[in-house]
Write a protein that binds this ligand. Sequence first.
Ligand SMILES: Cc1cc2nc3c(=O)[nH]c(=O)nc-3n(C[C@H](O)[C@H](O)[C@H](O)COP(=O)(O)O)c2cc1C
Length: 185
Amino acid sequence: MGLLGEGINEIIATTRNNAAPIGIIVKDGSLRMVLFHGTHTLENIRRDGWVVANIVHDPVIYVKTAFDDLPEDFFCNETYGDLEVQRLKDASAWIAFKTEIERESGEAAIVRLVPVAEEIIDNSIYPVNRGFNSVIEATVHGTRYVMNRDPWLKQLIDHHASLVRKCGGSREREALELLLGYIME
Ligand SMILES: Cc1cc2nc3c(=O)[nH]c(=O)nc-3n(C[C@H](O)[C@H](O)[C@H](O)COP(=O)(O)O)c2cc1C
């Protein structure tokens, strides 16, 4: 399991010239992603057979990559044998995986991950911050809200927005404002 813990790990997945927040499910020692059809992450994995999990503590990156692209200079290359992958330059740690599409449904594909390389770059300690956690929650709801405008999701976003304002630091507040801009009607 290495750097990841049991349950769902919210990481920034990089594929060629692309980054998106994605959950890695760790269960019974196996690692998987469930990727919705239509995501660039799934298309790129199908084409190239690799993905990198970037462990990131900047809330702005979660919001930005959920709705938008990152400039080229946010990425750098790593080589493992004959496999060349891209990761985020500012990741605290990263794990490169070879991928295998295990199953597909009408909605999503289940992708099995086989770790091939990993590195810890920054050993800083990050105390639990409800503001950071609420940015993640609000962003998950936001990616669905832009598709269906469900008023219940808006209520959840508003709840998390108030927690970000109460418990977050300036970077969490910046991430929230960015998110609210992306989901505006
Ligand atoms: C914290 C978080 C976790 C997410 N996990 C997943 C996931 O496991 N699978 C998925 O298909 N989308 C997930 N999403 C939504 C994608 O990030 C979103 O659809 C994104 O636009 C996909 O970008 P891409 O087209 O560049 O791959 C998640 C979003 C957030 C904020």
